[in-house]
Design a protein. Structure first.
Length: 195
């Protein structure tokens, strides 16, 4: 039996592919969203000099990401309307696949139980790729990450939809058109004038 609140949509891909920028645009358009686990965990662990960093203990980092994604899923289930996820539970598995690490059975069970409706993949995009304090991967690793996500989501029964390498407004329209959704009326109208 699976938990299937609807509609939940994932935006995934390699680092530096414009994924989080698209999620930010969806939020500005009035849609509910989640926050990417990996970046937030890295920021928290660096702040306390903790062990759960991908360059210190990748398995512990993966466990924290799994817990974060499961919590995000439960929180999203309490919301009305669609929710866009900045990565999902299968991304944790994809991360371990990319590293060549074994995937613990409990992570497979989590991915089987917590399902999403649609999965969009931001492909590697060298023209916009940058590194920063949390994103230490180079472009080759970004490509391998995207490939691992595609393999993982397909293995778990999803049909990933590739996003165009295009401006954020065009990507936003592509997602909404693919889902047959309109931008929420409040976002289209903008702020109302005072009476």
């Amino acid at each position: 039996m699976t938990d299937t609140p609807a509609p939940f949509h994932v935006i995934t891909g390699g680092p530096g592919s414009g994924k989080s920028t698209l999620i930010d645009a969806l939020e500005k358009a009035g849609f509910a969203r989640t926050v990417e686990a990996g970046r937030a965990i890295i920021q928290d662990q660096v702040a306390i000099d903790g062990p759960a960093l991908p360059w210190r203990d990748p398995m512990l980092f993966a466990e924290l990401m799994l817990s974060w994604e499961m919590r995000s899923y439960r929180a999203a289930a309490r919301r009305a309307g669609p929710v866009f996820f900045d990565r999902g539970v299968p991304d944790v598995i994809g991360y371990l696949v990319m590293l060549g690490r074994p995937v613990p059975p409990h992570m497979e069970r989590a991915a089987a139980k917590l399902r999403y409706d649609r999965v969009f993949v931001a492909p590697p995009w060298p023209e916009i790729f940058t590194r920063d304090a949390e994103r230490r991967q180079d472009f080759d690793e970004a490509v391998r990450t995207c490939e691992a996500m595609m393999i993982t989501y397909r293995r778990l029964g999803y049909t990933p939809i590739a996003l165009p390498r295009a401006a954020v407004a065009e990507r936003l329209r592509f997602v909404l058109d693919t889902l047959g959704m309109a931008t929420p009326l409040a976002a289209q109208e903008g702020p109302k004038a005072p009476c």
